[in-house]
Design a protein around this ligand. Structure first.
Ligand code: NCD
Ligand code: ZN
Length: 333
């Protein structure tokens, strides 16, 4: 096959940031995706309906072709009474970050049970709970697995609440999400499908591959690939594209986050093709996520062509995944 046309994809986990970077990120996103779920870990974070509306108008002022699916950040101070207002401001999901697990999560949640009244309100309002499923204070390779009992507990207390375990990175998480029934789904990134721990650190850290959760073992990666290719409707694409400036990636404490928007679809297409599963790509990128979020399919399409191109070493001061490498598939714009 030399050309492929699919329903326009959605990115169900994207960091569009603020300031100078934001318009560039929006432009790159709208070249590929119809809709994108916008993460709320800005500074200050998106916590109230007002914050959300303000952030959405900033985004809309630069990205007329993209539909922004808005989220709010659940912090210790979030109150159940706020959920109705957030929903009418346009929120479709709230994002839970356990405290200290990733970029700008200093205000994350320490005790999940304190938030049960908030989850109750979200369940009633049919607002999705997106979870960064890592437990802090544990060695990074173990963090996701250590969080899984918490996921089980939330689900068993709120069996009608739709939950997305974001950027799954372990076989254990894949297994659990499959077991938990139709209300619990997961996003899968392109980098967790392609990289394992050795690509992140092998003697020394490669900041370009450093993200949270850290990429795990080959066996974990294989489990992710298998589930993504399998046509399982509870596993769908969310890039977790999380750009940081070169300066923030260099030095002693590089920030976690991989910028993947411009390479995501070419890489996914190559991966599905190499397993002879190109026929499953559209479900993973353009159908299953929309179904879980109870959204109609996108009207438009996206075409990719088999034509080699070289990934730039940098986009607006941000190093992308696969910088300087040649990819086989190219997005037609
Ligand atoms: C994200 C970021 O930089 O905002 N980083 C990351 O490594 N994924 C935060 C997140 O989603 O964890
Ligand atoms: Zn993220």
């Amino acid at each position: 096959m030399t050309e492929l046309t699919i329903i326009r994809p959605d990115d169900f986990h994207n960091h569009l940031r603020q300031g100078e970077l934001m318009p560039h990120l929006v432009q790159e996103t709208e070249k590929v995706f119809g809709r994108t779920l916008v993460m709320p870990n800005t500074l200050p974070p998106v916590v109230t309906g007002e914050d959300l509306q303000r952030y959405r108008s900033e985004l809309e002022s630069v990205g007329a072709d993209l539909q922004f699916l808005m989220t709010f950040k659940i912090i210790q101070e979030t109150k159940p009474e706020m959920i109705t207002g957030l929903k009418s401001a346009g929120a479709i999901a709230g994002k839970l970050y356990p405290q200290g697990v990733t970029t700008n999560a200093e205000d994350g949640v320490e005790d999940v049970e304190n938030l049960f009244p908030v989850f109750e309100a979200m369940q009633q309002e049919n607002v999705v709970l997106c979870i960064h499923g890592e437990l802090s204070g544990v060695e990074d390779l173990q963090r996701e697995e250590a969080f899984l009992p918490t996921l089980k507990k939330i689900h068993s207390n709120f069996s009608k609440l739709r939950i997305v375990l974001e950027h799954v990175s372990t076989e254990a998480a894949v297994q659990l999400v499959q077991e938990l029934g139709e209300k619990v789904a997961a996003t899968v990134t392109v980098h967790h499908l392609l990289l394992s721990t050795e690509d992140v650190r092998n003697g020394k850290l490669n900041p370009d591959h450093f993200c949270a959760p850290i990429c795990k073992s080959e066996a974990d990666r294989a489990a992710l690939v298998q589930i993504a290719l399998s046509g399982h409707p509870k596993f769908f694409f969310g890039s977790d594209s999380a750009p940081h400036s070169r300066k923030d990636k260099e030095g002693e404490h590089p920030k976690p986050g991989i910028y993947s928007t411009p390479v995501a679809l070419p890489l996914l297409t190559g991966l599905f093709e190499s397993h002879d599963k190109l026929d499953q790509l559209e479900d993973f990128t353009s159908r299953f996520g929309a179904e879980f979020y109870q959204l109609p399919q996108n009207q438009g399409q996206l075409s990719l062509v088999k034509e080699e191109w070289m990934v730039p070493k940098e986009y607006f001061g941000v190093v992308p995944l696969k910088k300087g490498e040649r990819l086989k598939w190219k997005v037609m714009v």
